[in-house]
Write a protein that binds this ligand. Structure first.
Ligand code: ZN
Length: 151
């Protein structure tokens, strides 16, 4: 595929997940619940996690925000179900390097569908939208905060 075709495909996935977000619901009996806020754009998210022996048994989110932040939260929940917390931390690192443009071509293969956010590194103001759910996830994994802000 040409670079333009790949970009179009990535764009379609983001639009699809922003319009029909997956796992977008409150999770009853969640072990962890963390709120994230990106004041730059006004994105808000609440992330719910259910854990079983260090494995993400279930994960969901609720929130209101721009297309990028919603699609990112949706794809995050899809990617993390069934993963260990160590895998989740590793994905956070890879995703962060991808969207900040550090090693996009190196990280993309490890990220699967999450690679659709590789174009975000060209738009610095959108990086916080794309990473909000991930910062919230990390706080939920570490269990050290109930609220995170990108600022
Ligand atoms: Zn946003």
């Amino acid at each position: 595929m040409s670079t333009t075709a790949i970009k179009d495909l990535y764009q379609q996935v983001i639009v699809d997940h922003s319009k029909r977000p997956r796992n977008c619901r409150r999770l009853e009996g969640a072990d962890r619940q963390v709120e994230g806020y990106n004041p730059l754009c006004g994105d808000k998210i609440t992330l719910y996690l259910k854990l079983d022996n260090g494995i993400v048994k279930d994960i969901s989110f609720e929130g209101s925000g721009c297309a990028i932040s919603t699609a990112s939260a949706s794809l995050l929940t899809e990617s993390l179900k069934g993963k260990s917390l160590a895998d989740a931390e590793a994905l956070f690192e890879s995703f962060h390097r991808l969207v900040t443009g550090l090693e996009p071509s190196h990280e993309a293969p490890k990220l699967g569908k999450l690679a659709v956010f590789s174009g975000v590194c060209d738009y610095p103001t959108r990086v916080k939208c794309a990473t909000l759910a991930w910062h919230t996830l990390r706080a939920a994994i570490r269990g050290d905060e109930e609220r995170v802000s990108t600022e």
